[in-house]
Design a protein around this ligand. Structure first.
Ligand code: DGP
Length: 113
C-alpha cells in the first residue's frame, strides 16, 4: 500500500515526532495552519473515518486522548484548541489515512473555511 502516513509511521519518511506508543503516532504538520499544528494518526491504516468499525472505537478514543495529552503538554488545554478530522474530498481530506489535526496557539474562527 502506497500511503505516506504509513511510511511516516514506519520512519521511511522523516517527520518531527511529537508522541508515539504502540497504537498511535503524532507529528508536526508539514504545512502548519496555526502556531501548533500536530497530526495524530493511528498506526493501523484506515482510509477514512467512514471505514472505522466498532472494533476501532478504542483506537479512535486513543487518538483523542493523545490530543488531550499533547494539548496539556503544550500549555494550550485551558486556552483552547481545535481538533479537525476531514473526511473525503469536499471536506479537504488529502491523505487517506485517518488523522486528527490538533490546531492551537491562535484564536480560531467559526465557521471554518
Ligand atoms: P488532510 O487535508 O486533512 O488530509 O490533511 C493532511 C495533512 O497532512 C496536511 O495538513 C499536510 C500534512 N502532510 C501531508 N504530507 C505530509 C508529510 O509528508 N509530512 C508531514 N509532516 N505532513 C504532511
Amino acid at each position: 500500500m502506497d500511503c505516506i502516513f504509513c511510511k511516516i509511521i514506519d520512519k521511511k519518511i522523516p517527520s518531527k515526532m511529537v508522541y508515539e506508543d504502540e497504537s498511535v503516532y503524532a507529528f508536526e504538520d508539514i504545512h502548519p495552519q496555526a502556531p501548533i499544528h500536530i497530526l495524530i494518526v493511528p498506526k493501523k491504516h484506515i482510509d477514512t473515518i467512514l471505514e472505522a468499525k466498532a472494533e476501532d472505537n478504542e483506537l479512535v478514543g486513543q487518538m483523542f486522548q493523545t490530543a488531550n495529552k499533547i494539548a496539556d503538554e503544550r500549555g494550550v488545554a485551558q486556552r483552547g484548541f481545535r481538533l479537525v478530522l476531514n473526511c473525503n474530498s469536499e471536506a479537504g481530506q488529502s491523505v487517506y489515512h485517518i488523522h486528527l489535526h490538533l490546531l492551537a496557539g491562535r484564536a480560531m474562527h467559526w465557521p471554518p473555511g
